[in-house]
Structure formats: C-alpha cells, structure tokens
Design a binder for this molecule. Structure first.
Ligand SMILES: [Mg+2]
Length: 391
C-alpha cells in the first residue's frame, strides 16, 4: 500500500557549511489551544551552504514546550547540534542517501529532521531548476485557504470568525475542548449555515467519558467537515471504534496519531476493518512525519486509497508556510489547509513575500522554486543562538 516513488536524481551537493539558528519571534495574535496560550515563540532554521554558492534553508518549527508531542525547542536544537548535523554527508548525492545516513539513523525527532530535509529540497530545487511543486508531485495552481481559530470564549471565536470571513476565508477550523465545543459550534453554524467548518480537539477528550461521548456525537448535527484528533495520539483503536460504535457520521481526522507513512497505512487498514473507511481523513504536517517527502508519500497513499488528506500547520514562518502551500497542491490533498490567518502570524518574518489570500479565498501555488526569498537581515536580527559546522 505504501507508494514507491523515486525522488528526482541530481548532481552531488558538496556542502561547505551547515548552520542551525534559533530565532525568537513575537506572534501578532496569541494562539490558544487546549494546551495553553502562546504569545512568543522560538523556531529553528537549518541552513546548508554548498561550495558552488547555493544556500538551502529549512525550518524546524519547534514549540516552546513539549505540548504537541514530546519534542520542543531545546530537544530539537540539541539533537540537531549533537547528532543530526554531524551526520549530514558532506557530499549529498540523493534524498535516499540523506535519509539512510542521517535521518533514519536517529530515532524520532521529526521536527529537527524536517528542518534538514526542507533545506535539502531547497538546494535540490535551486541546483536542478525544478520547482518544489514539481519535485513533490504538486499539480494545482491554487489551493483553498483555511484558518484555525484558537479563541478563548464564544465571543472571541465569533469575533475572530467574522474577521476571517471578511478576509475571504472559506473554511474555518475551531479549536475545541470539553466545555468549549457544542455551544460554540452551534452558534457559528447558526450564523454561517454554509461555511466549511471543522473542529480540532488536540487529544482533549476521553473516549470512555460519557459527557465527552455525548459532546462529540452532538457535533454530528452541524455538518462539519471533520472532527480532528479527539483522543490521545496512541489511541488508533479508540478513534476507530468510537467512529463505528457511536455511528459518528462526521469523519475523524488524525493529526497527532500519524507520525509516519506507516502510521497512515495502519490508520487506513484500521478504519477498513471497522467498515468506516469513508470516514477517515489524514492531516499531514511535514514536521510531525519527518519531512516533506514523507508528507508527499502520505498524500500519494491517500490519493491511491481514496482517503482525503490536507495540510496542517505548526505556526511556521513564511518559508515553511510556502512549502506547506506547495505540498497542498498535491492531488492527494483534497481539503483546505491551515495555511494563513487574516493577518501575518509574526510581527516580523523572514520570508519575502509571505503567502497571502486572494479575493476568492485561495492561495496561488508558486511555480518557481519555493515561493519566497529569505530576508537575511531579519534572520540575523531575530537570531538568539547559532551553531556552525564547517566542512
Ligand atoms: Mg490538529
């Protein structure tokens, strides 16, 4: 079931220098989930320089604390510095070599690996002249923009929804948690009967709690696109059984549960075993699954197996957002992604230009290499720590 696609062959990339930088950014709007509220965050850039003057940049969009999974900024920076960067081949001849010699040699730490892998694709695109869209099997020229709302109260959610709809967003995702769910969605649905609407629970529900069961089942009444990750990451079985036994009509989308292409395969097989495979959706986040190529393989499998996929987001900088938009153009990504919000995420970004929403609610997919230039002055000024490995 797992697709076997060969990445594009390229000439050897001869590395001169590898740098990891920790950047500190300020969010324009605090982001609230069931884990808490964020106002400021650090992120990591991986920068690969070749002897012939190419510079590849990738982002490891780390979180400030281990609240999405066990990874966080310090573990990501540490594992890059100690283990991953020293094992990047000085001459990279293929994606497979990078995967075998560097990425696969370390267990887990997918965010860090994504930073290296994104920088690598950035280099390959420049060297071969092929766009990331071509390299990753993208096809669409536009993708529909979705917006994820982490409002703290009903009034807050309604206010943010109105701003987003005025800005042209056609799909909203609402962060929910017990006590902040049915009432919020009912109010939104009443106000916007035709809006594409979905919810994300970030693992906040217990499949065996009767109150939680009732709340999730009640969401069936609102014509949602999906309920994203209600239960804990390891609960494949509980998710599927809940879908089947409670006859939940709204598809469940897996986010935190899918850490690899193989996890995606297991999910598809599990939903098939319960006879509810038409109600499975997979959220793809390259940092969660170890990079864009792994994300592409999941999209490919979703396409072949009839399971809709879509691109989530991890508060990436513009550079990572552009890459997400590009992978969203893959035919396996059939639903709107979390690419943008009505205003830029950060007071200052390193990407020029940033992805932006068009009047019809779509984002144009770049056909040149990666969508943006890097503002190196911003990189310098936002850097709070760096480590360089000269070759
Ligand atoms: Mg999610």
């Amino acid at each position: 079931m797992i697709p076997t696609i060969q990445p594009l062959a390229h000439d050897p990339l001869n590395l001169k220098e590898i740098t990891i930088r920790r950047l500190r950014l300020r969010l324009r709007v605090p982001f609230r989930t069931s884990f808490g509220t964020q106002q400021e965050r650090d992120t990591i850039l991986v920068i690969l320089k070749t002897h012939d003057g190419l510079i590849g940049v990738g982002e490891a969009p780390s979180l400030v604390a281990p609240m999405y999974d066990e990874q966080y900024i310090w573990s990501d920076y540490d594992v890059l510095q100690r283990f991953l960067v020293p094992h990047i081949p000085t001459t990279i001849t293929s994606y497979t070599q990078l995967q075998d010699e560097t990425l696969s040699s370390i267990k887990g730490h997918h965010f860090s690996k994504c930073g290296i892998e994104a920088a690598y694709w950035n280099l390959v695109s420049q060297q071969t002249g092929e766009s990331l869209k071509t390299l990753w099997g993208g096809e669409a020229d536009i993708v529909v923009a979705g917006f994820s709302i982490g409002g703290q109260s009903l009034e807050d959610v309604l206010a943010r929804a109105e701003v987003a709809i005025q800005a042209g967003f056609r799909r909203l995702k609402i962060k929910i948690w017990p006590s902040h769910d049915v009432q919020v969605i009912a109010a939104l649905r009443e106000r916007y009967p035709d809006l594409m609407l979905q919810v994300d629970a970030n693992c906040a529900y217990d499949p065996f709690n009767p109150d939680h069961q009732r709340a999730l089942k009640a969401l069936d009444d609102f014509g949602l696109l999906m309920i994203e990750q209600p239960f804990s990451p390891h609960d494949f079985l509980d998710h599927t059984r809940f879908q089947a036994e409670l006859n939940l009509q709204t598809p469940i989308a897996l986010d935190e549960s899918v850490l690899s292409v193989d996890d995606a395969r297991r999910a598809i097989e599990m939903w098939r075993l319960f006879g509810v495979e038409d109600k499975l959706i997979i959220n793809i986040k390259p940092p969660r699954v170890g990079g864009y190529w792994q994300g592409r393989l999941i999209a490919e499998m979703g396409y072949e197996q009839g399971i809709p996929c879509w691109m989530g987001g991890m508060l990436e900088l513009g550079l990572g957002k552009w890459m997400n938009v590009i992978l969203s153009s893959h035919p396996g990504c059939r639903l709107p992604g979390d690419h943008l919000q009505p205003q830029p995420y950060y007071e200052r970004d390193i990407a020029d230009p940033l992805p932006s929403i068009q009047p019809d609610g779509t984002i144009a997919v770049p056909s040149h290499w990666g969508g943006c230039a890097v503002d190196w002055q911003a990189v310098e000024e936002l850097t709070i720590d760096l480590h360089t490995d000269k070759r």
